[in-house]
Structure formats: C-alpha cells, structure tokens
Design a protein around this ligand. Structure first.
Ligand code: SF4
Ligand code: SF4
Length: 205
C-alpha cells in the first residue's frame, strides 16, 4: 500500500511538524513508563536470566512506549519502504527470531559490515511478504524503532534516501539501544544484516 505524498509540504514545514509531533508524543508517554525506559539498561544489566528473556523484556518495553506513537507517526500497515533498508541484528537476536519462528539462522563466524548504499527498492527483507512483515511479533528491535513522524513516507521513499537532507524524524529512545547492547554480556556479538542470517526468510523452516 502506498501512502499519498504531500508534495506541497516543504522540507522545512515537514521538520517543524515532525518536531511538534515528537514533542506531543513524549508528552503523552506516562511518567511511570518513561522512568521504566530510562531504568531499563540497569534492570537488564542486573537480570539473572537467559538472553532471550532479557531481549523479550527490551522488545516489550519498546512496544509499550511506541504504542503511544501510533497517532503521530506516518507509518501504516503495508507501507514497507523501511523493510528494504539495512536491518542490522546481533546473533542473539537472530537466534531469538529463529526460535520464535521455527527456522534456522546461518551460523556466521564474524560480523559482516554493510553500507546503506547497498540497499534499494530491490532489496526487500526476506520476511516481507505481500507488503507486510511475516514475523511481526518476532521482528527485531531496529524494526520496532523504525517510525517516521513526518506527515507521510516522503523520506522513506527509495528515491529520497540519499538526498543530502534526508533524515527520517523519529523518537530517539537511547536506553532501548543501551539495553540491547548489554544483552551479549562480555561476549562480542556477531552483527550482520537480517538477510545474512536468514537469506530465504521463512522458507528455511
Ligand atoms: S518508517 Fe517509513 S516506510 Fe516504514 S512504515 Fe513508517 S512511513 Fe512507511
Ligand atoms: S523483519 Fe519484518 S519489519 Fe523488519 S525489515 Fe523484515 S519485514 Fe520489515
């Protein structure tokens, strides 16, 4: 599904409207939840549990806060431009997805660096089916954080990705990423694109 693009809105107006919506979003999140998000890295660091349980806690907290973003974000079901970009995940998250979905990830021995210019409208995530995420409940943290507070998907369109002023306005919830980075513990995680771990998506069942 494609979202209509408001070509009459200038980049400056887009930025101003997005800033307003981001402020409104942060004002809507209950203080109790904000405090829980801020305390998340510490809580994860102290949890004596398997990495999958800790990751589930991070994902659940991300969902809780982004539940408040719905009415401010341009994102809609079936709008999948963001499912064509680089989707970096760590090996522990690949294993989490694999267990949830019942597939086997490729066993990577080392991280694989990627450049965002490798990606285009022709590089869909292998889990994108009929324009929708086929592993929605198990999707990575980075996908959950991929929101666009613009008036439409303009900056997400492939032809706009590499424009000099391209920047998707989205909430910066640093503690979520801080908590994610703690999940590997002392081990150095193997990080690669979701396509490296699952080249065939759910066909690897
Ligand atoms: S981030 Fe962009 S491409 Fe993805 S759903 Fe939102 S508006 Fe659409
Ligand atoms: S895992 Fe799902 S949400 Fe994430 S890029 Fe792939 S299809 Fe999109």
């Amino acid at each position: 599904m494609s979202i209509p693009i408001h070509s009459e809105v200038t980049p400056e107006q887009r930025r101003a409207l997005a800033t307003e919506k981001l402020d409104q979003f942060f004002a809507t999140v209950p203080p109790e939840l904000k405090a829980r998000v801020v305390a998340l890295p510490k809580r994860i660091g102290q949890m004596n549990a398997k990495v999958a349980i800790k990751l589930h806690e991070v994902l659940k907290t991300a969902d809780e806060i982004f539940d408040y973003a719905g009415k401010y974000a341009a994102c809609t079901r079936g709008c999948g431009h963001c499912c064509h970009v680089h989707v970096p995940i760590a090996d522990f998250e690949a294993q989490f997805i694999a267990t949830r979905v019942g597939i086997k990830p490729v066993s990577l021995q080392r991280s694989i660096p990627h450049n965002r210019l490798e990606y285009s409208g022709a590089t869909p995530c292998p889990f994108l089916k009929n324009g929708e995420c086929s592993i929605y409940d198990a999707r990575p943290l980075t996908c959950r954080m991929h929101l666009n507070f613009d008036v439409d998907a303009y900056w997400c369109l492939h032809e706009n990705w590499n424009k000099p002023d391209a920047e998707i306005p989205r909430p910066d919830i640093t503690p979520l990423m801080e908590a994610y980075h703690l999940l590997a513990g002392k081990a150095k995680p193997v990080v690669a694109d979701i396509r490296d771990f699952f080249p065939h998506g759910t066909q690897d069942r």
